[in-house]
Design a protein around this ligand. Structure first.
Ligand code: PLP
Length: 397
């Protein structure tokens, strides 16, 4: 147990290994594209590379329209504005803060609902129960790239005449019942942030089969220029630059390799941790396509003797920068926390017991074995690690 870096042992990694390291791209290709952009002297405002990216993303999503944006948070806001929402948006709390903040920033009220206790997917029955006179839309989140219960959500939305949107920030290249994410509900939003599986440095996209909605998003992301009717919001600047489009296209070129690497990482983690009591890698449906962008482990403290938060401390001391994705959940963050309290027991339980492990194209099999060895050691002495840590902390206070 004293081998653990937490207790003074040598760290397993010389340098920090992060969750969400940028996926590898072909630099020569990226530089060729950037050179082309500079020669072409068209740096933003719907340039040729942004349009090429839109075509490719629309094809991946299996939809007619894609509008590339500066990031996914803005894309969500553009979508809400284009749909002229006012009032409440029903969404899960178990997501990144951007999901809720995007709505809040433009004056909409997030209404949080609970998730399935095992998969973290928003519960369609809870959504139906949350619908009220101020409901304007439903926003699903394909958490960790696992698609929502799309059919049930579509039914609830249709029954109540509400638009259904998806935050697909984690789910580029994933399928649900063989159909690509991107084509569900009224519209979906991808993120191409540096930490996501497809990376534009910063970037996002709205994808939809609704031509009119797409046209409105396109106008709104360019200061409202070209809107046929007036939007109360006017417009904003949500455009993607050509530099970001160059990166996104180069990242898309590498997508199959990235997913292959991530898939192998995922399976190695699953094998290595299979015999560690109390740790379970949340599995994926083998019949679906998945991007394997996140490796999420659920910690059952009654079996490990060591809680999620302390396990993260143990890993971080080793320079394996595990993260509590997503904890605290949105309803426990400001500005939502101080509103009327909501109880979301499944969300709270899941948020308190899951962690994301480092993966991505810069994480090797050797790295993963090392991370798993640390986890195995920490769990095999779980109760002792907990006692010793508490004593250390007590001594310091
Ligand atoms: C990353 C992320 C976002 C925000 O994406 P940006 O492109 O960084 O604005 C939104 N929702 C979820 C679930 C995310 O993980």
């Amino acid at each position: 147990m004293s081998d653990l870096a937490l207790f003074g042992g040598r760290s397993a990694f010389l340098h920090p290994v992060h969750v969400g390291c940028p996926s590898r791209v072909d630099r020569a290709r990226l530089f060729d594209r950037l050179n082309w952009v500079l020669d072409n002297q068209w740096l933003t405002n719907g340039g040729p590379l942004a349009l090429e990216l839109e075509d490719r993303v629309a094809e991946i999503a299996g939809v007619r329209n894609c509008v590339a944006t500066c990031n996914a948070t803005t894309a969500l806001q553009l979508l809400f504005q284009a749909a002229e929402l006012t009032g409440e948006v029903i969404m899960p709390s178990l997501s990144f803060a951007a999901t809720a903040h995007a709505a809040r920033w433009i004056g909409l009220d997030p209404v949080f609902v609970d998730v399935d206790p095992l998969t973290g997917s928003m519960e369609p029955a809870a959504v139906a129960k949350a619908i009220g006179p101020r409901s304007a839309a439903i926003l699903g989140v394909h958490l960790w790239g696992r698609p929502c219960q799309v059919d049930d959500l579509e039914k609830v939305a249709a029954d109540h005449g509400l638009p259904l949107f998806f935050d697909a920030a984690h789910a580029t290249g994933c399928t649900w019942r063989g159909r690509a994410v991107g084509g569900f509900g009224t519209a979906e939003v991808f993120s191409f942030h540096a930490t996501k599986v497809v990376n534009a440095f910063e970037g996002g996209a709205v994808v939809t089969d609704d031509d009119e909605l797409a046209q409105r998003v396109r106008a709104l992301h360019n200061f409202g220029i070209g809107l046929s009717d007036s939007s109360p919001a006017g417009g904003t600047n949500g455009k993607m630059s050509e530099a970001s489009a160059a990166m996104a296209l180069t990242s898309l070129d590498a997508f199959e390799d990235t997913v292959r690497h991530n898939r192998a990482n995922f399976h190695l983690y699953s094998e290595e941790l299979a015999d560690v009591p109390g740790l379970s890698v949340i599995p994926h449906d083998r019949d679906e396509r998945h991007n394997y962008q996140y490796v999420i482990v659920a910690v059952e403290e009654s079996a490990t003797g060591i809680g999620r938060d302390l396990l993260i401390e143990v890993l971080r001391a080793e320079n394996a920068m595990a993260k509590p994705y997503f904890s605290p959940p949105c309803h426990q963050l400001e500005p939502y926390r101080s509103r009327a309290p909501v109880e979301l027991p499944h969300t709270e339980r899941l948020a308190a017991r899951v962690l994301a492990l480092p993966t991505g194209t810069s994480v090797s099999r050797e790295d993963i074995r090392r991370v798993c060895n640390v986890l195995r050691l920490a769990v095999s002495y779980g109760a002792d690690v907990t006692t010793r840590w508490n004593r250390m902390k007590g001594g310091r206070e």
